[in-house]
Every structure is written in structure tokens, then in C-alpha cells.
Design a protein around this ligand. Sequence first.
Ligand SMILES: C[S@@+](CC[C@H](N)C(=O)[O-])C[C@H]1O[C@@H](n2cnc3c(N)ncnc32)[C@H](O)[C@@H]1O
Length: 465
Amino acid sequence: MQKTKSSRTTKRMRSSTSDSSPPARNRPTNKSGPASSSTPAVPEGAITRALFIQTMQILGAVLSFEFPADAVLSRHFRENRELGHRDRGFIAETVYAVLRRLRWLRRLAGEDATPRKLLLAWFARGEGWPMRNFEGLASATERDWVASVKAATLDEGSLAERADLPDWLAERLLGTFDEAGVLALAQGLNRAAPLDLRANVLKLDRDALLARLREEGIAAEPGALSPQAVRLVGKPALQKHPLFLDGSFEVQDEGSQLLGLLVQPRRGELVIDFCAGAGGKTLQLGAMMRSSGRLYAFDVSEKRLAKLKPRMARSGLSNVHPVLIAHENDAKVKRMVGKADRVLVDAPCTGLGTLRRNPDLKWRQSPAAVDEMVAKQTAILAAAARLVRPGGRLVYATCSLLAEENDAVVDAFLAAHPQFRSLSAQEVLHKQGVMLETGERLRLLPHLHDTDGFFAAVLERVADA
Ligand SMILES: C[S@@+](CC[C@H](N)C(=O)[O-])C[C@H]1O[C@@H](n2cnc3c(N)ncnc32)[C@H](O)[C@@H]1O
């Protein structure tokens, strides 16, 4: 991507897209910084031509859907270190906004609209810019087009169009929700996610973390669901904060924290996090075990496991053992058959519950990808189940919203494995003070719980099986 200099600067903001470090994206304020002698003046609330072009180029790269949007943005920011925090925030927010409302924007701008047109349509209708803001950015002909977009009215459209979802996804969701439910869910998924922290209970409890943050002027509230969660009021930069560096907290969605509570590991146990990735849940489980017993972090991705290492060092945990496996039936897995007190399968999935953070996923996923995931999930769950000792617990979880990846996988597993029975997720949570009315299986939804979308089932291997 071509490098361009921008001038939308001044106020300190930041944008990081890694899942293991504090994020994240900024809300654009539509207020330009003071014009310097080297930059042309822009109307109040508008942006410079350079920033417009840069945003358009990145949007073009993202809309090829070759790579995840957060990877494209991270790479661009790495390669353009001169870009200020405010400009980064503006670019990231704008690209994400267009991805969220892509279907609507294509209806306004034309199905084959270029990134440039989509961007102009977003500023005109999504941001509601006045015509004067387009003067330095668009030609006279384009400004006529912008005026027509501003005036356009659309018919009601199909459910998928109204929900800004691909047809196949809206159809699948109709298997679980009614039309109003799909629309409410889609609206929840189109909002930006808040920033949640998890107190590392090995070092301090949630209330102590909250007090320390507030002492330093960071506005925060206790999480509504997880007793380990702190929800920040804004999105301050925390990557260099002493409490982050000393492992007092990690960034973790509050909904994701409930999965750790469903595993409910105890001191001295042998616990396996079968799909540990960069260890978001491993670290939580390790702290709940008070760094005792043995906690194996399996994953097939060397790159993801490598990201766990610095997090382990910060966390102060000494009970975590990362293990790279080739596949779910690796000999390293087989050695653990029947030995584990608890196994978590945080399965690879379509990730559709995380659309607040990864809005491009809805355009990148497909029915074929769902089928592929279901086959993988089924195989991983069966392999992981073999590790559970009689009387031990198995938790299957995804951040998908699709019944195919959730209930259907668990139902098929239970039908084929009579030695396992279902436990009530609600009861497991209630016993830990989380008074969520979730029923037998945990279902978290952004528009209802203000968390990412999660599903989890708690299973137990019967004692004499
Ligand atoms: C949803 S992510 C896990 C996220 C992680 N638990 C966390 O909290 O950060 C799913 C993980 O499953 C891993 N995976 C994929 N196939 C696997 C397999 N056959 N066995 C074990 N892990 C696998 C992926 O590499 C990925 O890291």
C-alpha cells in the first residue's frame, strides 16, 4: 500500500488489533486537528485529502477479503509508523464502519461500487457530513453523485439487507431466531465492543484492580456478569500500563470469562485447555487453580502458542505447560487418556459471535466453511473427551452463533458417547454467584448480554464409565 502523510492529529489515541494486548479502536470524533502551515486547511469536521486517500486504499485492500481486516490494518500501521494515533483511530473506525454496513452502503452506492464510492456514501449517510466537507475530497461530478446519495430513499429490503448480513447467514439465523430477533442480534453485532479486563486472581481480586485503576483516573466499573471482570468506560491505551506489565490484568471479553467459570478448575487438578491458542482462557484457568496442579495448553498453531509465552511470564503462573500438537489425535494427546480432571474445548469456529470486533467475518465466512468447521469440531470434541477421567468435566465452547456449530455438535456427541451426561451451565454459574438465567447451555448474545456471542455446554463423564 502506498504511504501517504496525514494531518488529522493532535489528541492522543491508539489502535492495536492484537488479541493478546490491550486494544483498540477509537471512535472518530469528526473534529480535525489544528491546520499547520504544511497542510491545507480543511473544514471543521472534515478530513484531509491525504487521509481520505489512505483510508480508501486500506478499505480496498480489506474488501478483497484475502486477509482478515485486523491483519491488514495492523500491517499498514506497522509499515506507516509516522501515522498518528488519531489518524489510525479514524482509519480503523471508518473501515470497520463500512464493513458493518456494507450491504446498506452497496444498496446506496451500487452493487459494484468502488471503495472510493463506498467511503463517500458512508461519510454522506453514515456520518451525515454536510456537502462542504466533500469539497477538498471529491470532484464536482462526484459531489453531484454524493448529493444524490444523500437524497436517495431505499425500499425496505429483504431481512438480510436490513440486517446487513449475507443471505445465507440471515437464513441460518432464522433457524434459531425470528425476524425481529435476527434484526436485534444484527444491530447488537454492529455496535463496537467495550473494553473488558480480567483481574488475575493470583495477584489481586477484581475489587482491588478496580480500586487501583480508579486511583489512576481510569474510569471503570465492575463487570455485570463475571466476578473477575472490569469494564472500562472508555478505551484508554493500556499496553504500557504497570498493572498490565506486572500481569495484574489481561484483556478478555466478559463473556469469554464465563467459559473459564464453567470449567471451574480447582487447586491441584490436572486440567487441559485443548484449543488454547494464545492462552486467553488458559491464563484464567491457571489463576483459578492458584498456579497449582498441572495445566496443559494444547494447540496446533505454533504461532499462537508462542504468543502465550510472554503472557505466562507476566501472569506469574508456574503451572502452565504449552504443548504443540500436530492434530487432535497426536501421540502427545493420547498419553493423557483418562487422566484429566477437566478439559476445555474452546473449539475453532466461524467466530460469528465476534462480529463486533471482526465485522469482516460475516463477508468472509460461507456455508462451506461452516461445514468444514463442524467436521473439525466434531473430531476435536471426540478426541478431547477421551482425556477426561471418570467423574471429570468436559466443556465445549464456541464463539459462533450457529446451531450447527453449537447444539448440533453437542447433541451428536452425547448421542455417540453415552458415558457423558449434560450438566446445567446455569447451575454451575449460580454456584459461583453468576445469577444468569441461561438454562442448560450457556448462550451469550451481544444485544442481550453486551458480550461477544458465546455458546457452551458442560458435560460430565459419569463416575463409573
Ligand atoms: C477459538 S480459538 C482458541 C482461543 C483460545 N482458547 C483463547 O481463549 O484465546 C481455537 C483454537 O483452536 C486451535 N485448533 C485448531 N485445530 C485444532 C486441533 N485439531 N487441535 C487443537 N487445537 C486446534 C486453533 O489453532 C485456535 O488457536
